[in-house]
Design a protein around this ligand. Structure first.
Ligand code: NAD
Ligand code: MG
Length: 340
């Protein structure tokens, strides 16, 4: 982070916290007004908090900041809200077994927290450099009383993707929810500067890995299981600086719709979520220019970026049995713009 940066709105600093200490530290990172002196069951915050927190979510301008890829949620200013102190479960995924890629931070972490509090055991994949974020998530899953499986590794490698699924199945004792959420986004203004190496990196992470992981997972999925892919509004309304990334997100939408048709007869549902701008490490580790980061989310009708916590219920909804007639769909969570 630039040393001479000034926080444009000191009140937003209440979102900033430290990495260490798991749930306790995460709780300290939430605005004081969002912490109520109630006595919730483990991992089950009292009702009412979520709406209060949402009304205080940070708005642009944001201060300049940049982290080496892949970035850590724990080092962002303000720190994202993944629902650590707000998501309240009600047993909607009791006994389910989920694998979430990119489960250490951002949108993936929000899905993981929600899944665990809804009663699912969860395996997360992430990069070894993200161990600090991942350790917090493991503790959050355990605090919800569920089994946590940490499976670090690089999904650009097909052999690792196969191993990842096999390990998740072995340690969870099966698999019935797969979330392909890991993603690579690197801002590049001109096609003339877009290298084959970057193009390949983005497609390997966002398209090939989704294919490899899903292919390895399908033989383990039974009727009632589901796959959820994190696509993007970029599939429909691509930004000029995300030429490669936007193509991969469009590919994810087509993959979702085609696979839903393929697996329908087996009773396996396949859906996607298309977020708009969300405050996550991906954006501060090369995903956006500093100029775009400063005004991040300003163009959205809600005038701010989403927080990962605001995506959680979309994942739970698509995963829940109650959505048994929903497949091949793209669920937009974009603050009012660019939806499918
Ligand atoms: P994030 O940085 O928190 O999550 C991305 C994760 O991808 C990382 O945590 C990392 O674990 C994983 N990852 C990246 N490359 C990997 C590799 N080679 N091997 C293993 N793991 C790897 O950011 P996020 O924004 O929460 O991203 C999650 C998903 O949401 C991505 O697919 C992204 O494209 C999508 N998305 C994000 C936004 C946004 O504005 N943040 C908007 C639309 C879609
Ligand atoms: Mg991460």
């Amino acid at each position: 982070m630039d040393s001479n940066d000034q926080d444009p709105a000191p009140s937003r600093r209440r979102f900033v916290g430290t990495v260490a200490g798991g749930l306790a530290a995460a709780a300290a990172a939430v605005p004081a007004a969002a912490q109520q002196p109630a006595d919730p069951a483990p991992g089950q915050p009292p009702a009412g908090r979520a709406r209060e927190a949402a009304s205080r979510y940070p708005r642009p301008p944001f201060q300049n900041q940049s982290q080496p890829w892949p970035g850590l949620a724990g080092k962002m200013t303000p720190r994202p809200d993944h629902g650590e102190t707000t998501y309240r479960g009600s047993g909607r995924l009791a006994g389910r077994k989920a694998l979430v890629t990119g489960g250490d931070s951002g949108i993936g972490r929000a899905a993981v927290i929600a899944f665990a509090r809804e009663g699912a055991d969860v395996a997360i994949n992430y990069l070894p450099a993200e161990e600090a974020d991942a350790r917090e998530v493991v503790k959050l899953i355990q605090d919800a009383g569920r089994k946590a499986v940490a499976l670090p590794g690089d999904i650009r490698d097909e052999a690792f993707c196969r191993k990842l699924v096999a390990e998740a199945v072995r340690q969870l004792g099966g698999l019935d929810i797969l979330v392909n959420n890991a993603g690579r986004q690197h801002s590049t203004d001109s096609i003339l500067d877009l290298t084959t190496e970057q193009f390949d990196w983005t497609f390997k992470t966002n398209v090939y890995a989704m294919f490899w992981i899903t292919k390895a997972a399908v033989p383990h999925l039974k009727a009632g299981s589901c796959i959820i892919n994190t696509a993007s509004v970029q599939a429909y309304d691509p930004s000029p600086n995300l030429l490669d990334y936007a193509q991969t997100k469009a590919a994810e939408v087509a993959f979702t719709k085609a696979l839903a048709k393929q697996l329908g007869k087996q009773g396996i549902r396949v859906n996607a979520i298309a977020p708009g701008p969300v405050w996550t490490p991906l954006q501060v580790s090369g995903g956006q220019t500093q100029e775009n980061l400063k005004k991040f989310g300003a163009d959205s009708p809600l005038g701010r970026p989403g927080q990962p916590a605001e995506l959680a219920l979309a994942f739970v909804t698509l995963a829940a049995d109650e959505s048994s007639y929903t497949t091949g769909q793209v669920y937009g969570v974009a603050g009012g713009a660019g939806n499918p």
